[in-house]
Every structure is written in C-alpha cells, then in structure tokens.
Design a protein around this ligand. Structure first.
Ligand SMILES: Cc1cc2nc3c(=O)[nH]c(=O)nc-3n(C[C@H](O)[C@H](O)[C@H](O)COP(=O)(O)OP(=O)(O)OC[C@H]3O[C@@H](n4cnc5c(N)ncnc54)[C@H](O)[C@@H]3O)c2cc1C
Length: 390
C-alpha cells in the first residue's frame, strides 16, 4: 500500500454522514463551470446575506473548510483533531482590512491567539498572521521598492512595524512560536525584511519567529540560502514554512500587464524541484533552521519523512512540521499524525461573509483543473467502499 493510502486512518474522525457530505461537496467543486459561477456570485455584495444562500454555504463549503465563527468553536475542533495526533493552527481568515483601526483589531486578535496557544500548546502549537492583516499592501510595496512616500504613508509604515514588534515580543514573552504567511510578491520584500529583523531579535535560543517562502517564485531558494548564511554569521535561528504558493495566476497576469519579469517558475516541475530542494537544504541544516512543510503534495510529504530518517531526525522532533489545510488531504495529516510526526491543520475561523475570499480560493484550488478534487474524491470513495464491505 502506498504511504498515504490508508483511508481508515485518514477518515477515522468522519462519520458515514460526514463522508457522504464531503463526497457531495468535492463532486460539486469538481465542476469548473460551477466554481466559476460561485466565484462571480460571491463577489456580489450581500450575496451571503440571502438566508438560503447563507445556510447552503454554512452546511457545505464553510463546514468543510472552516473551524467555526469564533476561537471557542475552533478549540472544540482542535481538541477533537488532537485525539488523532493532529494539531491545529487557528487562522483568523478575515481579509480586506484597510484602516488603522481594523489593523489594530487584527493585531489584538493575534495577541488573543497567543494566549490560547500558550494554554493549549499541544492542540495549538503556534500562531499565524497575514502581513496584509497588519497593513496596506501599497505601503509594503512602496517600502520594499524604495518608492517615495507621503508623510501619512510613512506613519502607516511605522504603525505596521509597531504591530510586528508587539506581536513578536508578546509571542517571545509567552514562549509561543509565531509565523507570518507569504502573500503577493510585490509586497513581500518589505514583509520579509521585517520578519528577518524579528528573527534576529527573538530567535537567539529558540525558533520563535517563522516566515514563509513560496517556492513557485524562482528566486526563493537563493533567498533561503542567503538568509541561512546571514543567520550563521550573526548566530540566530531561522524558521520557514515552505509552500508552493497560492497566487500564481494573479502574479503572472500582473507581471504581463505591467511588463516586468514573471516572478513565477516557468512550470510546475521547477516549482516542485525547488520545493523539494528547499526541504533537503533545511533538513541538512536542522541545527540552525526549523521547517514547516505546508503541502498537500504526497510525494513531497513522503520525501520529507525520508529526509528526516536519512538525517537521523526523530519523527516527533519539534523543529520539523507538516501542515495541511483543514478539510483537505486528511489522508496525509492523519497518517503522519498516527505515525508520530508533528503535523498541524490550518484551521480558519470567522463569520461566513468575512471568510468568503478564503473559501473562494479553496474552491478554485479544488476544481478538477487544479487536480486536488480528483485526489480527495477518490480517497473518500475508497473509504465509503471499504466501510460498505466491512
Ligand atoms: C498549511 C498551509 C499553509 C499555507 N500557507 C500559504 C502561504 O502562506 N502563502 C501562500 O501563497 N500559500 C500558502 N499555502 C497554499 C500553497 O501555497 C499551495 O497553493 C497549496 O498548498 C497547493 O500546493 P501543494 O504543495 O499542496 O500541492 P501541488 O498540488 O503539488 O502543487 C500545486 C501548486 O504548484 C504550483 N504550480 C502549479 N502549476 C504551476 C506552473 N504551471 N508553474 C509553476 N508552479 C505551478 C502552484 O503553487 C500550485 O498551487 C498554504 C498551504 C498549506 C497546506
């Protein structure tokens, strides 16, 4: 049996009814026409306010991919997942903030998550935030590209820096690891520099601050090596979540429209090559680098288990994590969890209306075009069949 084929372990927490619902949902998502219509429809303001739409979304896609409206809802889910050795990372998935008040609200939410993680270190081993939750994308872009800034923009940047410092200091004081997601390439330079500064400040003895690298960018392996050399020289620890990257179409379109070089790899093979090479580079330098592999790619996840074995790293080593999104690739998460690896699900939360951009991204990723649905569906079908034959 292939490494991630054990559907009994994968769907242990799912009742027959849950499985049927998941089957129905992934069948729907498998239709690009329907997903495209949904993407268009949910951009209409108030679409989710229509009662039957709200209820349909809540019982299908929301239930599959979201932990609930609040952190209390999520904690119930997280405790349940942890019974099978799978941790959770609560992901405040409310997007689209534009004012200082809204950014401060996100910062306060992250401070609250740090306390929840401190009280539940096994279930919630770390806290994550999005750079655009702390400030406007155009401010990051201007700083990263040394563009002229008006006084009020300089002030906005100072506020962003204060928010980073406050959450990282708080995470450090409470001994809770904190991780920044990666977003659009044109804002990432400023966010990366800030996170690097935070790592230098707070990662002297333990890896508290983690950043993210999107390996669909052709320059990230080089960047990883550069930061590693710097960390060696300056003697601090570095932690990276590596992912392939979620915004490929948008990146390619913008580069074409604005006439600059496409920041994305020429093809999927090149992304896969750099993702796997980054894992190898990090595992071979585990004394200095901690790794969180955020991926639903079975080959990469299995490769990481082999790299750990080759480098004599124990399965439960706190410096190596596997991560999948809630509602996807349960076979990977639960099989790794059952074998004793450190594995965590990103568990988004927030009101339906506010998490719609997140749900739309999940729906797009799960159309048959992207290939994930086929994988999810065949596993669910296999488990339904296995249960019937019992
Ligand atoms: C726990 C977790 C955290 C995440 N955090 C982030 C984050 O902070 N930022 C972020 O951007 N994404 C994030 N993602 C999403 C991630 O980047 C991927 O979109 C998603 O996981 C699919 O990649 P994969 O490795 O799972 O699987 P695969 O199905 O093997 O890979 C699909 C990916 O390959 C790449 N790809 C596909 N076709 C091409 C092509 N023609 N040329 C070049 N590359 C191609 C794309 O990145 C695509 O998403 C996260 C995912 C997980 C599981």
């Amino acid at each position: 049996m292939a490494y991630f084929d054990d559907t009994k372990t994968a769907f242990e927490l799912k009742s027959n009814k849950d499985l049927k619902k998941a089957h129905f949902l992934f069948k729907l998502l498998g239709s690009p026409a329907l997903t495209n219509f949904g993407t268009f429809f949910f951009k209409i303001p108030f679409a989710t306010e229509i009662p039957f739409v709200k209820s349909a979304v809540r019982n299908t896609i929301y239930k599959q991919f979201v932990g609930g409206e609040t952190t209390d809802d999520c904690l119930v889910v997280a405790k349940n997942l942890y019974k099978s050795g799978v941790s959770s990372i609560m992901d405040y998935s409310v997007e689209g903030q534009t004012t200082d008040e809204e950014f401060d609200h996100v910062k306060d939410e992250i401070l609250k998550l740090i306390q929840i993680s401190k009280q539940n270190p096994n279930e919630i081993p770390c806290v994550v935030f999005k750079p655009t939750g702390f400030g406007r994308i155009d401010i990051y872009e201007k700083v990263g590209h040394n563009m002229p800034m008006a006084d009020h923009e300089k002030e906005s940047w100072e506020n962003i820096k204060k928010r980073y410092l406050e959450v990282c200091q708080n995470a450090f004081d409470n001994g809770v690891p904190i991780m920044a997601d990666a977003e659009d390439s044109w804002m990432q330079d400023a966010a990366d520099d800030l996170m690097d500064e935070m790592m230098q400040k707070f990662n002297k003895e333990r890896c508290i601050v983690w950043s993210t690298l999107q390996m669909y960018r052709h320059d990230r392996l080089e960047y990883l090596k550069k930061i590693y050399e710097q960390a060696e020289r300056e003697n601090y620890l570095i932690g990276f979540k590596i992912v392939r990257g979620a915004y490929m179409e948008k990146e390619r379109e913008r580069a074409k429209e604005m006439g600059y070089k496409d920041p994305i790899q020429p093809n999927k093979q090149a992304t896969d090559r750099d993702f796997n090479a980054a894992m190898e580079f990090m595992i071979e330098r585990i004394g200095r680098i901690s790794l969180f592999a955020g991926s639903h790619n079975e080959y990469s996840c299995e490769l990481l288990t082999k790299l750990m074995e080759k480098n004599n790293i124990e399965k439960g080593d706190y410096r190596v994590w596997f991560g999948q999104l809630y509602g996807m690739s349960d076979n990977i998460s639960f099989i790794l969890g059952s074998k004793g690896y450190k594995v965590a699900k990103y568990l988004p939360y927030g009101p339906i209306k506010k998490v719609m951009p997140y749900l739309v991204r999940r729906a797009q990723e799960n159309t048959s075009v992207a290939g994930q649905t086929g994988r999810e569906l065949s596993l669910i079908q296999k488990e339904i069949k296995r249960r019937k034959q019992k």
